[in-house]
Design a protein around this ligand. Structure first.
Ligand code: F6R
Length: 638
C-alpha cells in the first residue's frame, strides 16, 4: 500500500507538482495566467507579469501565443517585467533577452510595446544604480507583479541572482557564475563570448510578487531541484529563498523531479509498494550507501536504512542479495548484438537473428563514439551490420576559426588547381565570415561548410571504430538546419526523413539517446523525431522485432538500477574509443553541457565516466573491468 502524498513529500518545503511532460505543466501555468488576465480585465485593471527567458518558458510562451491566436486571449491589458538582461548587449543583439522576448512572445501577441519592460543592458556604468532603482519603481507603479515566472539555473540562480545573493536583494548589476557562463556558451558560440555581467531583479524583488511559478525540465535540473525543494534556505542556493513565499509553487517534469527523495529514495519517507523495480533501486542504492558488495549485505543494513518491511515481505537479506546479484550480473555482456548460438535466457539481447542490423542514432556527430565507441566496435567485430545515423549536422557547434582554416586551405588549393568558379564560391563564403562579426548568425553557406567539417570528423571517427564510411547516414534534420539553440521546432519533415531511414534499414536494434533531456535540446528533439517516426512505422513487420536501447548521453551515465546492458571495455578498447573521440577536432574546446561536472577536457571525461561505471560494478561485488558503457532497454509506452 502506498502512503498518502503528504508523507512522501514530508521533506519538501515548497509545493511541487510533477507533470508527465513540460507541455502538461505549461498548460497549468498558462491557465493561471489566463485566469489572471481575464479577472483583471473584468475589474478594468492591468495584469502584471514577471517573465523569464532561457529554454524553460519557451513552451509556455508558445501556448500563450496559441491562446491569443486561437482563443482570443488579449494581452492589451498586460504589463510585463523581465527578470534580467546581459550587461553590454544592445536590445537587437541576437542573444539579448530583449530580442529573445520579442521573438518568443511580444511580437506574436497584442502586448503594447510600452508595456513591456526588460532591464537596459546598454546603460552606462555610472547610471546603473539609478536605472535599477527606476526599474524597481516602475514595478511598484504598475501595482507590483501578480504572477512571476521563473526558471532555475544549475547554480541555483533565479533571475541572475547567483550564489551569494541576499534574500532582500533588489534589481542590480551582478557578475555571472562560471557554470552559468558555461551553460550559455553554446548560445554565444563559445564561453569566451558570454558576457560576464548582467542586470537582474533581486531575490527580494522576486519574493515581492504575489504568486510565483518556477518551472524546470530535464534531468540536468534534477540535482539543483532537490536541493532547492528539500534543502535549508541558504545564500549558496538563492532559489531556496522561495521557501519563504506562501504563493510559490514549482511545476516540473518527471526528469527534473528525479532526485527528489519521494522519487529517488521513497522508502526513506513513507511505506511504499515494493515492486521489482523499486526493490532493485533500493538494494543497489543500499550496497553503495553502506559501501559493501551485494552479497555481503546483512539484515541490519536493510533495517537501518528504511527497508525493514522489504525484508519482511521478501524473506531474508540472503535471498534479496542473491536475487539482485543475479539480476545485475546478467546485465553484463560483451555481446551487445546478442551472442549467436548461445543460451540467451539471461542475456540482455537475444541471440537471433544473427547477424543483426544495428542502427546507432547520434543526435550530433560525436555522441555516438563518446557514449558507445566500445559498443559500436564490438557490434562490428561480431559481424553485425552496423549503421550510424547522425540526426543533425552539428554545424552550430563548429567555431569560426575552424571554418576559416578550411576556407584558407580551399583558396590555396583553388588558386593552384581548380577552376575560377569554385574559387569564387569559397571567396564568397570567406567574405560572409568576415562580415558576420562576433555574434552574427551563420549564412547558409557557412553552415553547410561547418556541417561538412563535422561529417569528415565523423567519418574519420567511425573508421577508428572499424566501420566503413558507407555505413554512415547524415540526416541533417531540418529542425536543426533551420533553427538555432533554444528555438528549434521539429515537425513532419523531420519525421519523414527519420522514417525513410528506418524503413530502409529495418533495424533489429536501435541505440538512441535524448529521453529525459530538456525538451528544447538537440538530443530531446532528436528523440521526439525518432518517437514520431517509429509511430509512423507502426504497421511495418520489422518493428515488432526491434529492440530499443537508450544510452544516457555525453558526460552522464545511467544509475546502477537503471542499467539493463553493461558492455565491458578492455584497456585497449577504451584507448581505441578515445582515439575515435579525438577525431572530432572541432569539438575539443566544447564542454559537454548536460553533465554536472566541471571539466576542462571533454575527452578525459568520457574515459573517466566509463571507468567509474566499471568501478561501481566492482564495488558492488561483480567482476572488475577497465571500463563499461551502459544501456537501458526502452519501450515506447514510457
Ligand atoms: C532567465 C533567467 C535564468 C534562467 C535560468 C534557466 O531570464 O533569469 O534564471 O531561468 O538560467 O535557464 P534555462 O531555462 O535556459 O535552462
Amino acid at each position: 500500500m502506498t502512503h498518502p502524498e503528504s508523507e512522501l513529500t514530508q521533506l519538501e518545503h515548497i509545493p511541487t507538482r510533477i507533470f508527465g511532460n513540460a507541455d502538461a505543466a505549461c498548460m497549468t501555468v498558462a491557465d493561471a495566467i489566463t485566469h489572471l488576465i481575464e479577472s483583471r480585465n473584468a475589474d478594468g485593471k492591468p495584469a502584471v507579469l514577471g517573465l523569464a527567458t532561457g529554454s524553460t518558458p519557451v513552451r509556455l510562451y508558445r501556448e500563450l501565443i496559441r491562446r491569443h491566436k486561437e482563443d482570443g486571449l488579449s494581452f492589451a491589458n498586460v504589463i510585463t517585467f523581465n527578470l534580467d538582461e546581459y550587461f553590454g548587449l544592445p536590445g537587437d543583439h541576437p542573444e539579448s533577452y530583449r530580442k529573445f522576448m520579442q521573438d518568443q512572445l511580444f511580437d506574436h501577441v497584442d502586448l503594447k510595446p510600452e508595456n513591456t519592460h526588460v532591464p537596459d543592458g546598454m546603460v552606462h556604468r555610472e547610471d546603473v544604480f539609478a536605472s535599477c532603482q527606476a526599474y524597481e519603481e516602475a514595478i511598484e507603479a504598475a501595482g507590483g507583479i501578480d504572477i512571476q515566472i521563473l526558471g532555475i539555473g544549475r547554480t541555483g540562480h533565479i533571475g541572475f541572482n547567483e550564489p551569494g545573493s541576499a534574500p532582500d536583494s533588489l534589481t542590480r548589476l551582478v557578475t555571472l557564475d562560471s557554470l552559468t557562463r558555461r551553460d550559455a556558451a553554446r548560445d554565444f558560440l563559445g564561453e569566451e563570448n558570454v558576457p560576464r555581467h548582467a542586470i537582474t531583479m533581486g531575490v527580494g524583488t522576486i519574493l515581492a510578487a504575489r504568486q510565483v511559478f518556477l518551472l524546470a525540465w530535464g534531468e540536468g535540473k534534477a540535482t539543483i531541484m532537490a536541493k532547492t525543494v528539500e534543502g535549508p534556505q541558504t545564500e549558496a542556493i538563492p532559489a531556496t529563498f522561495l521557501q519563504r513565499h506562501e504563493g510559490c509553487s514549482f511545476c516540473i517534469d518527471e526528469s527534473a523531479a528525479s532526485q527528489l527523495t519521494r522519487i529517488r529514495l521513497p522508502w526513506l519517507v513513507g511505506r511504499i509498494e515494493w515492486t521489482p523495480e523499486v526493490t532493485r533501486q533500493a538494494v543497489l542504492w543500499l550496497a553503495q550507501k553502506v559501501d559493501k558488495p551485494l552479497l555481503r549485505l546483512v539484515d541490519e543494513d536493510y533495517t537501518e536504512n528504511g527497508m525493514a518491511d522489504l525484508l519482511v515481505e521478501q524473506g531474508s537479506a540472503y535471498d534479496l542479495n542473491i536475487h539482485l546479484f543475479n539480476i545485475t550480473q546478467h546485465t553484463i555482456t560483451g555481446w551487445p548484438g546478442g551472442k549467436p548460438n548461445a543460451d540467451d535466457s539471461n542475456r540482455p539481447e537475444r541471440a537471433t537473428p544473427y547477424p543483426k542490423r544495428s542502427l546507432i542514432l547520434s543526435p550530433e556527430p560525436l555522441d555516438d563514439v563518446y557514449c558507445l565507441g566500445g559498443t559500436i566496435n564490438r557490434l562490428k567485430k561480431h559481424g553485425n551490420e552496423v549503421s550510424i545515423a547522425y540526426q543533425t549536422s552539428g554545424n552550430l557547434a563548429v567555431p569560426d576559426v575552424e571554418v576559416r582554416r578550411a576556407i584558407e586551405l580551399m583558396i590555396e588549393l583553388g588558386e593552384e588547381r581548380s577552376g575560377q568558379e569554385d574559387l569564387d564560391y569559397v571567396k564568397t563564403v570567406e567574405a560572409q565570415l568576415d562580415a558576420k562579426g562576433d555574434f552574427g548568425a551563420d549564412s547558409t553557406e557557412i553552415r553547410q561548410l561547418k556541417g561538412l567539417i563535422r561529417r569528415s570528423e565523423a567519418r574519420s571517427s567511425a573508421r577508428t571504430l572499424g566501420l566503413e564510411t558507407d555505413a554512415l547516414h547524415f540526416l541533417d534534420l531540418p529542425f536543426y538546419e533551420e533553427g538555432r539553440y533554444r528555438r528549434f521546432v521539429a515537425g513532419e519533415r523531420d519525421t519523414a526523413r527519420m522514417r525513410e531511414l528506418l524503413e530502409t534499414i529495418r533495424p533489429h536494434q536501435i541505440f538512441a539517446t535524448g529521453y529525459g533531456n530538456d525538451p528544447l535540446s538537440v538530443p530531446a528533439l532528436s528523440f521526439e523525431v525518432l518517437r514520431a517516426a517509429l509511430a509512423a512505422c507502426a504497421g511495418s513487420d520489422w518493428i515488432k522485432d526491434c529492440n530499443i536501447w537508450l544510452y544516457k548521453g555525453p558526460a552522464q551515465e545511467w544509475e546502477a538500477h537503471e542499467i539493463d546492458m553493461a558492455v565491458p571495455l578492455s584497456p585497449s578498447e577504451l584507448e581505441n574509443k578515445i582515439q575515435g573521440i579525438y577525431q572530432h577536432q572541432t569539438q575539443r574546446s566544447q564542454s559537454p553541457i548536460s553533465g554536472d561536472k566541471r571539466v576542462n577536457n571533454t575527452w578525459d571525461l568520457a574515459r573517466e565516466i566509463n571507468r567509474t561505471t566499471a568501478e561501481l560494478y566492482d564495488a558492488i561485488g561483480l567482476a572488475e573491468y577497465e571500463a563499461m558503457e551502459c544501456l537501458k532497454k526502452f519501450t515506447f509506452d514510457q
